[in-house]
Design a protein around this ligand. Structure first.
Ligand SMILES: [Zn+2]
Length: 251
């Protein structure tokens, strides 16, 4: 699909990482670096290295809507989407959460734009679910099953202490246009918990019919925000995080 810029890091200095690709200058010995994924820059596999200064510049452009902008199409080829949340987790840790609503209210838009974000992950039989909440809006969920991917997931865990950017989009389901967008980071412990779960899910014997039935069963047990909230409270500490949480340790 189309592009979004992601930033992960900082990573410790490494003898094999010598240049800031964004600023095109050598890194100092011992200098931390960030990984930028930006398919529009023409880097091998879309990945490049940034120093602290250039990483900050990249983040500044991408919070302005580098590849996506409010009012623009979420996907240039689509103007209609099924209602509800959809989660994409690509192998390069590009993570996008799209929430598709026919008529998002002012409160729903404000919650995505400015609300405190909470995330949880639950593995339920053959399915995984990202649980999320913005501001005062109810808990919601996005199912994710790696068996539905066209190519098997090769996601690798990230080093502890790093953070990964997660892009959230609230999209008008009937026009395909972005109503609100926000970038969050996930700490590595949470992302790695999700990745470990995705690898387990990929190993399960799988049929689409059984996965669908299990999903319906999940929604019978957790039909609304309050029931999802009760589920979140039962999750282990490593299965929850705050969007933008600075420290990489569960609470
Ligand atoms: Zn630089």
């Amino acid at each position: 699909m189309d592009t979004v810029v992601t930033v992960s890091g900082p990573f410790a200095a490494s003898p094999t990482v010598r240049r800031c690709d964004v600023g095109q200058h050598p890194l100092q010995p011992g200098e931390q670096w960030w990984r930028i994924t930006d398919p529009s820059r023409g880097w091998a596999n879309g990945h490049g290295v940034a120093c602290a200064t250039h990483h900050a510049q990249v983040e500044a452009t991408f919070s302005d809507g580098h590849a996506y902008r409010v009012g623009g199409l979420f996907n240039d080829e689509r103007i209609r989407w099924p209602q509800g949340p959809h989660l994409w987790i690509d192998d390069d840790h590009q993570i996008r959460l799209g929430i598709f609503l026919t008529r998002p209210s002012r409160q729903e838009i404000a919650a995505v734009q400015t609300g405190k974000a909470r995330f949880g992950w639950t593995e339920q039989g053959v399915n995984g679910f990202l649980l999320f909440r913005y501001g005062d809006s109810p808990w919601n969920d996005a199912p994710f099953n790696p068996q539905r991917l066209t190519t098997p997931s090769t996601l690798q865990p990230l080093p502890r202490g790093t953070h990964t950017r997660v892009a959230t989009f609230l999209v008008h389901a009937d026009t395909g246009r972005i109503a609100a967008m926000r970038m969050f980071s996930w700490p590595a412990y949470f992302l790695n918990h999700v990745i470990a779960s995705i690898h387990r899910l990929a190993e399960h014997p799988y049929t689409e019919l059984a996965a669908h039935a299990a999903q319906l069963d999940f929604y019978r047990r957790y039909p609304d925000g309050p029931s999802l909230h009760r589920l979140v409270r039962t999750l282990p500490p490593e299965a929850v995080c705050l969007g933008g949480q600075r420290d990489d340790r569960p609470h």
